[in-house]
Design a protein around this ligand. Structure first.
Ligand SMILES: [Zn+2]
Length: 248
């Protein structure tokens, strides 16, 4: 009788349900949390703020990266709006550059200025917010695919060069519907995010013009960047302003 250690069996290894939500560890406190965003790094705003305080140098680097990527994004989307369809290879080059810069600015804002990003997002109605979010997610889908095996031509339907010269603008070209991505090559936890981006692409990009997509994306990202405090407050960190008493 004394040898009986009780009727409870130890939990079996590998018994985690297959559909468990993705968990990751907070970079500040190490606690596990369910990320609300694909690239979420912290369990709470408090941990994000603490991390930011300890990494002020990274934050400044992020801010200057944001400043020049905003400039590059604006230049590229403006160039896109002036381009005509005559030189198709160049048009495609500028479109992929625009995809690249929009997604870089988006990622930089999410990484370094999530408060401003969320604040500006919150000023939209729920329907607008969904449009903006899906628009950006759809562009991330394109960015990931053309960085891999896919070609931009699979995504962009060049317009006809109609009799009206205005028809030749590449901003009037449309995104094509595309086939569902093959998920097998992705790690399991990346697969739902890829499907979300794919559905967002179909909701907001497919059938719409490049002009609509880039105008909407750039408008939101510029607002969010303008709201990021470090961009408007360019004063140096306190520890850089040394008392001059010790200088010769
Ligand atoms: Zn945390």
């Amino acid at each position: 009788m004394s040898g009986n250690i009780g009727g409870l069996s130890a939990p079996r290894a590998g018994g985690i349900p297959a559909m468990v939500a993705e968990m990751r560890d907070c970079e500040q406190c190490g606690i596990s949390f369910v990320p609300r965003r694909e690239h979420a790094r912290f369990c709470s705003p408090r941990c994000r703020a603490a991390w930011n305080r300890e990494h002020a140098g990274d934050l400044k680097a992020g801010t200057s990266a944001l400043e020049w990527s905003i400039t590059a994004m604006s230049d590229t989307t403006e160039r896109l709006s002036r381009m005509t369809a005559e030189d198709r290879p160049r048009a495609f080059a500028v479109i992929s550059e625009a995809v690249w810069w929009v997604t870089i600015v988006d990622a930089t804002l999410v990484r370094h200025h999530i408060e401003a990003y969320d604040r500006v997002m919150a000023r939209h109605t729920p329907a607008e917010r969904q449009r903006v979010e899906e628009n950006l997610a759809g562009l991330r889908f394109v960015r990931n695919r053309i960085g891999g095996e896919a070609d931009l031509a699979e995504f962009v339907q060049p317009g006809d060069s109609g009799p009206d010269p205005g028809d030749g603008q590449i901003t009037g070209w449309k995104w094509r519907p595309v086939r569902e991505p093959k998920l097998a090559s992705l790690p399991p936890r990346g697969q739902p995010w890829e499907m979300t981006r794919y559905r967002a692409y179909h909701a907001q990009l497919a059938g719409h013009t490049l002009g609509q997509t880039f105008t909407r994306a750039a408008a939101f990202l510029k607002l969010a960047a303008a709201d990021a405090p470090a961009l408007t407050n360019a004063s140096p960190q306190r520890d850089e302003v040394l008392p001059s008493s010790s200088s010769p």
